[in-house]
Design a protein around this ligand. Structure first.
Ligand SMILES: [Ca+2]
Ligand SMILES: [Ca+2]
Ligand SMILES: [Ca+2]
Length: 489
């Protein structure tokens, strides 16, 4: 291996080009998660309609999210809420739609007395969200840009690092990024729609040593169904309360099976009308040391409300719970988070999850290196802790950028461990159709993923490394250096 400054990789000075921002970007581009989609999207993606959770692994893919396999805990569809013992059997799966879910370990940092974002170093908070099909976004916003595309924005996953987040590169804060385009995860249908997302649930797919955070052995699954599902829900689920799509239900894993659903928080406790519908939840209740809070969204077309509400759930049995608009202070002014996301008017959110990347198994963007070349400034790199098929800890790192067709592309990955300087570890080449273009499934099969897997021998476990990608498109005369990403092996 050679220090990076002795590696002659790009020899020519190149002029920057004006390029549209069509790539996935930000600190979570290519992230994993558990998704639910609306019925039409699920069916068009080759899945089984109705309330099912779908697994999407790290990266960009030509395979849609897959139905959760049986396991422990068992989030597969016939076990989770459709077990016959719970009186809503598998035959109802095409009729019941889960439109919000969480496993209670979201990392939510808000003041429970005001609903305002409130972090203490080294905490971060990164909001992951999806918008509804009716959302247009404020002029010039990232959401509006995506809405203008033929497939819309409703099937994309966006992220937003909440101001006040303590660690990392300040330039990623208070910016809406698109972490995944619907085409990059192969969602089907003319206007795909994600209607539920949770990152942490995905991590039950990984051995404990590969997760970003500890997970409960006996988790609780919090969820809501949509109003159209209500005729198919057995009355026992409501425990004597009035049926409502704005009630949040819960079911717990006993180690062998799930308890039958019961109310966690009713619409009445939240001050909502019975005919309203909660369509997104993030709950921080079952995480050690957490302040018990919840972020939710209602269907704002039924009753106009801010699309992100914060709730203090520390007194869960109280007849009414404190509900606030989720707000954040920016430049001394406190205002709705939804406004920072570029949402206005009838715009609405239908999936939400909050993640703290300070867990160190998620890559932290670092300040960019000064490079004596004209750079396009368009390349983005991310890194995530993961496991290989044998259960060994690995790091996956991805780059994304902009298409320069038909130019071929070469990329190089450098690795820095400690004070030793950067070492060149790999080159990666694409022969045609642009290096870093989105969506990836448009590439000729088999797609070559924009990925490099760094094997992680146990002897290196715990080392902090910086990953640095540089890439160039020879025919188009483009070169760029992505900000380095720091992660713990
Ligand atoms: Ca959506
Ligand atoms: Ca609902
Ligand atoms: Ca909503």
């Amino acid at each position: 291996m050679k220090p990076w400054h002795t590696t002659v990789f790009f020899a020519c000075a190149m002029a920057p080009l004006a390029i549209a921002q069509t790539k996935s970007d930000g600190p979570f581009a290519g992230t994993a998660g558990t998704f639910s989609m609306d019925h039409a999207t699920t069916a068009a993606s080759g899945g089984t309609a109705g309330g099912d959770l779908h697994v999407k692994k790290y990266g960009y893919t030509t395979m849609p999210p897959q139905v959760w396999p049986a396991g422990t805990p068992d989030f597969s569809p016939n076990s989770l809420i459709f077990a016959p013992a719970c009186l809503v059997g598998p035959g109802f799966r095409t009729l019941v739609n889960v439109d919000a879910f969480s496993i209670g370990v979201d990392q939510i940092f808000v003041d429970p007395a005001s609903g305002t974002a409130d972090m203490t170093p080294p905490q971060w908070d990164a909001l992951h969200f999806s918008v509804t099909q009716g959302t247009s976004g404020a002029a010039g916003s990232r959401v509006a840009d995506e809405t203008a595309g033929s497939e819309g924005a409703a099937g994309d996953l966006f992220t937003y690092v909440v101001p006040g987040s303590a660690r990392g590169w300040a330039m990623v804060v208070d910016i809406v990024y698109r972490a995944l385009d619907s085409g990059e995860i192969a969602l089907g249908g003319p206007v795909p729609d994600i209607d539920g997302y949770d990152f942490f649930l995905y991590e039950y797919q990984l051995p404990p040593n590969c997760r970003t955070a500890p997970l409960p052995l006996q988790p609780t699954f919090y969820f809501s169904v949509d109003n159209a599902s209500l005729p198919f829900i057995h009355p026992t689920w409501w425990a004597g309360t009035s049926p409502s799509g704005a009630t949040i239900l819960q079911t717990s894993w006993t180690g062998l099976s799930w308890t039958c659903p019961q109310p966690f928080v009713t619409f009445a406790q939240l001050g909502l009308a019975q005919d309203e519908d909660i369509d997104a939840i993030a709950i921080d209740r079952d995480r050690a040391g957490a302040t018990h809070t919840m972020i939710l969204s209602t269907d704002t077309s039924i009753v106009p409300r801010n699309p992100l509400l914060a709730v203090d759930i520390s007194a869960i049995a109280a007849p009414t719970l404190p509900v606030f608009v989720y707000t954040v202070e920016v430049d001394g002014v406190t205002g709705p988070v939804s406004s920072r996301l570029g949402l206005e008017g009838a715009d609405d959110i239908d999936a939400v999850c909050l993640v703290d990347p300070a867990t160190e198994r998620m890559g932290m963007p670092q300040p960019p290196f000064p490079i004596p070349l004209p750079l396009t400034g368009t390349t983005n790199a991310t890194a995530f802790g993961d496991c290989d098929a044998a259960g060994n800890r690995i790091v996956r790192t991805f780059i994304s950028g902009d298409t320069c067709s038909p130019g071929g592309t070469v990329s190089a990955l450098f690795l820095n461990i400690g004070p030793s300087g950067f070492f060149h570890v790999a080159n990666w080449a694409r022969p045609a159709n642009g290096f870093l273009g989105n969506p990836w499934p448009l590439d000729p099969p088999p797609p070559m993923p924009p990925i490099f897997v760094i094997p992680n021998p146990p002897v290196l476990s715990g080392f902090v490394v910086d990953l640095w990608w540089i890439s160039g498109e020879i025919q188009c005369g483009m070169v760029d250096s992505a900000p380095p990403v720091q992660i713990v092996l």
